[in-house]
Ligand binder design. Structure first.
Ligand code: FA5
Length: 348
């Protein structure tokens, strides 16, 4: 019996010696030390021995059991350490290596232009306002000295909303940002110095026209405002936004809501305003940038202001066209701005 137990121990330790992983260790452990394992089988056999003999053999068997368990414990510990070392090797990371940054993208070039335009006017004391983008006919046309059926309204090629008329007329998708003028006069008292940048809509689409575009509208009202103030403001904007060498000029024009009215041109950045160079971008050294003028007395009255006391000026330009006039832009079709082509957008 003693030699059987000794043999079991020797065999178990020999097998244990060869084991290198947890799974096989568990199998051997169950086989030797488990409830139905070999050692327990021997223990059961011991029950048939005489009392004296069983006492001696029992003690021997218990000692061996202890040393087998101890050997298994040590093996378990060594396998655990090996596994830890392997994992440390496999999962090693260099915490000092530079990380992988995902491409965060950037705002659309038109959003950048809007921020830049807003910032430029802020520097000379303009505050931003946001007139409605969908508005009543009254603010878009009527209060701007364009009574119903006036032919000047046709210039704005407006989208009308198919909805019942209200007290202030039809609902329209604003075709220009000039609707801000009377809204602002109704909510603020002079001195007024605001900029309204918003989406605008017209029934137009070709290489120079978008059905949805942005305009920025400046409005200044105070006592004693003159064309010099208008010109100085526009000149400041041109030099700050486009560069210090750019010049502006005012050409007489007609808008119903300003008197006198102007079309504003900026000297071309490509030929530096030199008409003799026959520049392919401009024709004659100048690029048209937008409309401007002194606020019409009827518009001041619509806004509740006395034209004898107050005067002011306004200007309204397209953000897309203005941005396209920046040096080096080379955008020959305005529609590319909204094509969602990342190859284009990523250049900005
Ligand atoms: C107006 O909209 C006047 N409200 C401007 C104004 C404001 C005059 C204040 C006087 C005082 P106009 O229709 O010319 O004017 O448009 C102004 C600018 O908007 C144009 O010069 C152009 O830059 C831009 N624009 C007009 N239509 C489109 C379009 N379909 N797509 C892109 N830009 C456009």
């Amino acid at each position: 019996m003693k030699s059987k137990i000794q043999q079991l121990k020797d065999e178990a330790l020999a097998l244990l010696d060869k084991i290198t992983d947890r799974e096989n260790l568990e199998v051997l452990k169950t086989d030797v030390l488990g409830r139905k394992g070999k050692l327990n089988e021997l223990m059961k056999e011991m029950m048939t021995l005489a009392d004296d003999e069983r006492k001696v053999i029992g003690q021997f068997a218990n000692e061996l059991k202890g040393s087998i368990e101890h050997a298994f414990g040590e093996k378990e510990q060594s396998i655990f350490q090996q596994e830890e070392l392997r994992r440390a090797e496999d999962e090693w990371i260099d915490v000092t290596a530079p990380g992988n940054f995902s491409d965060a993208g950037h705002v659309h070039p038109i959003t950048q232009a809007i921020a830049e335009i807003e910032e430029t006017f802020k520097k000379i004391g303009f505050t931003s306002v946001r007139a409605p983008e969908i508005d009543w006919d009254y603010y878009v046309f009527e209060s701007l000295n364009m009574p119903g059926d006036h032919p000047a309204r046709d210039d704005w090629e407006t989208f009308f909303v198919d909805a019942p008329e209200g007290e202030k007329g039809k609902i329209v998708l604003t075709p220009h940002t000039s609707n801000a003028q009377v809204h602002v006069m109704e909510s603020q008292k002079p001195p007024i110095r605001v900029i309204n940048i918003n989406r605008t809509y017209r029934r137009q689409a070709d290489i120079r026209h978008l059905p949805m575009f942005h305009q920025f509208e400046g409005l200044v009202i105070d006592r004693g405002m003159t064309i010099s103030n208008l010109k100085g403001t526009i000149d400041y904007f041109a030099k700050t936004y486009f560069g210090p060498t750019r010049e502006i000029r005012l050409r007489p024009h007609h808008f119903r809501f300003t008197e006198p009215s102007f079309e504003v041109d900026i000297s071309c950045g490509m030929c530096n305003g030199d008409a003799s160079l026959n520049c392919r971008l401009c024709k004659g050294g100048w690029l048209e940038i937008g409309g401007a003028g002194m606020v019409h007395p009827n518009v001041l009255k619509a806004g509740g202001l006395d034209p004898e006391e107050f005067s002011g000026f306004a200007f309204g330009w397209g953000v897309e066209r203005t941005m396209m006039m920046k040096e080096g832009m080379n955008i020959d079709d305005i529609r590319v701005l909204y094509k969602n082509d990342l190859r284009f957008v990523r250049q900005f």
